[in-house]
Ligand binder design. Structure first.
Ligand code: CP
Length: 318
């Protein structure tokens, strides 16, 4: 449902099912926006109105979507959900219908429930594009694309790479979207590294190799992606303690020596220092964490521009 009948990118809800050429087109568009060093505003979304609907907290995604919309000359409204009529019991469907009546062109949606962005895309007026800014543990497609852009800036070609995703895979929408993106872009090997309790059953079917031993999983990696322990989504009993988790799966300077010498360290944020990663690694010379954040603006500009202008159409059909 992400592609219009003419093959153009209409919504951006998940990486799953998109073609490698379309993903590369998003990366190329983002690079074009990054090369505009003068930061001049692009007129691509002039006259368009974007609504930022964040039903769950965010620092990076919400702010970079706002900046991206502004740099494309759109009008942007960020709804304060806590002070909206949702708190008086209005249903999601009624909220969306009412916002849809305000002649806006795009909803950027973050929601705690998996499938919320798809639901909104199915029920909003036909001219509105919906961009998924993270839904439950399902998908976070713009995060995965900014991660791919960061990897490509350092490693150029995905094919020879060994990429490890480490930590709370079970609750991570970022990991799912990263796996779809990395496998679509033909990455040599994608590993997930975590305790058994934090790996969803059947994840091998997504084309990854599973490791439960951190040292074995880190061996010879080109890209080390750390994930946050999502304590707010845990029912309890999945981990003995944060201290023990760090002792077994925390990324330390000593452990980083097992990866390739020129390996990069990534993290989507927010970072739990001393829980999944040592500060000396998070702030060290191999870390590209803040570069990821900066790339978020360009990626979100690219996706916004493509869903509005339909420039992805030809590629999406291939
Ligand atoms: N990476 C990420 O989604 O961060 P925020 O929750 O701050 O948006």
């Amino acid at each position: 449902m992400q592609l219009a009948t003419d093959g153009q990118l209409k919504h951006f809800l998940t990486i799953e099912g998109l073609s490698p050429l379309l993903l590369e087109e998003i990366l190329d568009r983002a690079e074009q926006f990054l090369s505009n060093k003068s930061q001049n505003k692009s007129p691509v979304l002039r006259g368009k109105t974007v609504m930022n609907l964040f039903f769950e907290n965010s620092t990076r995604t919400r702010t970079t979507f706002e900046l991206a919309a502004q740099r494309l000359s759109a009008d942007i409204v960020t709804l304060d959900i806590r002070n909206s009529s949702t708190s008086k019991g209005e249903s999601l469907l009624d909220t969306i219908r009412n916002l849809g009546a305000m002649n806006c062109d795009m909803f950027v949606v973050r929601h705690q429930h998996s499938g919320a962005a798809h639901f909104i895309a199915r029920h909003c007026p036909a001219h509105i594009s919906v961009l998924n800014a993270g839904d439950g543990h399902h998908a976070h497609p713009t995060q995965a694309m900014l991660d791919m852009l960061t990897i490509r800036q350092h490693k150029e070609d995905f094919q020879p790479l060994k990429v490890g995703i480490i930590g709370d895979i079970l609750h991570s929408r970022v990991a799912r979207s990263q796996i779809h993106a990395l496998t679509t872009l033909c990455t040599g090997e994608v590993r997930v590294i975590a305790p058994r309790t934090l790996i969803p059953a059947g994840i091998e079917k997504m084309g990854v190799n599973v490791f439960h031993n951190m040292e074995e999983g880190l061996d010879d990696l080109d890209v080390v992606i750390m994930l946050r322990l999502q304590k707010e989504r845990m029912q309890g009993g999945l981990l003995p303690s944060e201290r023990e988790y760090f002792s077994l799966y925390g990324l330390t300077e000593a452990r980083m020596k097992l990866a390739k010498q020129d390996a990069i360290v990534m993290h989507p944020g927010p970072v739990n220092r001393g829980v999944e990663i040592d500060s000396r690694v998070a702030d060290g010379k191999q870390s590209v964490i803040l570069q990821q954040v900066n790339n978020g603006i360009a990626i979100r500009m690219a996706v916004m521009a493509m869903t509005m202008s339909g420039q992805a159409g030809e590629l999406a059909r291939q």
